[in-house]
Design a protein around this ligand. Structure first.
Ligand code: ADP
Ligand code: MG
Length: 391
């Protein structure tokens, strides 16, 4: 993220819209994220491996004498006001901000009156988590404005409550944790059973992550995502009923992956395939961590490809555009491996590439995709960046 350019844009908007100048200390940034591997595992108590990326949201602010929070988004050219009383959910972008405010208030954390301007270089609704970037930026701003001393995990938890309870998106906590706790040149292995986080150093000089946006918009609130979650729960209930899962198992993480054969006999085929994806995906996350620690990028690439096959065939959340992007990447020299990232049904793919050949990989994907679908996808070449904090 070019923090300086975003800061300048936000500061100019604070002046133009509210006639205010950014106050010293009241400028923060929060990155977006991309998930290297570990898909649909978060709500199953499993493992994920996101990295914070060098794109994100900058928020600058000036204090007010009252309790109002006035917020302007330069990306949308829109301004909203959140008062001291209850905020009526409007179904729009301001809900993400109001949700953070509501989470703070419900935990009796003070919310300073502020004029705020936001600038972002993240595409919205593409799976790079502009929503978590926005929420974590607001949580971080309220933290520094109130001198609350919250740590990153606490800000991530509040931001996640905003999206889950207020906006009403049934997401896991990965996005907010990655945005809040990211480390330069590292991925984060997050265990969604207890939200413990471990930084996994990346061989950053030998790899880049090429993100390709298929241009197909997916609706998280829509039926597909909720259906997969329900299938995971139904499969787990059946596994408990048949004694394959312990009676106390509350997520798939509590099930022994060695019982896959038993699960195949006991579960109806679709529910078994969902379970097989979740159990094998957890194993792939740890295998990727081990391969990264050895610097074995060829092995990492093979694991990404295996993850994509599992998402396509077992979890059934891929689609033609995403399959084609992955196949094009995998067929091009300089690409170690490809997979869809995010919930699927649309959104982005990631391609682990050699830095010197990233342009060639992008060019091959661009022309192959255009031949097949008659339009071009969007490209973002990213590196692993620092998590949210003061600017
Ligand atoms: P993603 O998180 O993958 O980008 P979501 O649908 O979860 O997609 O969240 C996108 C929504 O977040 C946008 O539609 C908008 O309401 C809100 N949002 C994100 N960034 C901004 C921003 N800079 N300004 C205003 N709203 C934003
Ligand atoms: Mg989001």
């Amino acid at each position: 993220m070019s923090s300086q350019a975003l800061f300048d844009g936000a500061a100019a908007a604070l002046h133009a819209v509210f006639g205010r100048e950014p106050e010293a200390g009241l400028a923060v940034q929060a990155p977006g994220r991309v998930n290297l591997i570990g898909e649909h595992t978060d709500y199953n108590g499993g493992l994920v491996l996101p990295l914070a990326i060098d794109r994100g949201t900058v928020a600058v602010a000036a204090r007010r004498n009252d309790a109002l929070l006035r917020v302007h988004s330069t990306s949308l050219g829109a301004t909203g006001v959140i008062g001291a009383g209850a905020f009526a959910r409007g179904g729009g972008w301001l809900d993400y901000v109001a949700g953070v405010v509501a989470a703070f208030r419900s935990e009796r954390l003070p919310v300073a009156g502020l004029d705020v301007a936001l600038a972002s270089d993240l595409p919205r609704e593409s799976g790079l988590s502009s929503s978590a970037s926005l929420e974590v930026a607001i949580a971080t701003l309220l933290d520094v404005a109130g001198h609350l001393g919250l740590d990153g995990a606490a800000r991530a938890r509040l931001a996640h409550r905003a999206e889950n309870e207020f906006v009403g998106v049934p997401c896991g906590r990965m996005d907010q944790l990655a945005s809040a706790l990211g480390q330069r040149s590292c991925a984060l292995r997050i265990d969604c059973r207890d939200f413990s986080v471990r930084a996994v150093p990346l061989p950053g000089e030998r790899m880049r992550v090429l993100i390709v946006d298929s241009g197909v918009r997916r609706q998280l609130a829509g039926g597909d995502y909720g259906r997969r979650r329900a299938e995971c729960e139904a499969g787990l209930a059946a596994a408990r009923d048949t004694g394959i899962a312990p009676a106390t198992a509350s997520t798939w993480r509590d099930v022994d992956p060695a019982r896959l054969d038993d699960l195949e006999r006991a579960l109806e085929p679709a529910l078994f395939r969902r379970a097989r994806h979740v159990l094998t995906e957890n194993a792939r996350v740890d295998a990727v961590c081990a391969a990264l620690e050895r610097g074995d990028l060829a092995r990492v690439g093979a694991l990404l490809r295996a993850g994509q096959a599992s998402l396509r065939d077992d979890f059934e959340v891929s689609r033609a555009e995403l399959d084609v992007l992955c196949e094009l990447g995998d067929a091009t020299p300089g690409c170690y491996g490809s997979r869809l990232t995010g919930a699927g049904f649309g959104g982005c793919t990631i391609h682990l590439v050699e830095p010197a050949r990233a342009r060639d990989v992008a060019a091959a994907i661009r022309s192959g995709f255009a031949q097949r679908f008659g339009r071009e996808p969007a490209f973002h070449l990213v590196a692993a960046a620092e998590g949210a904090g003061a600017l």
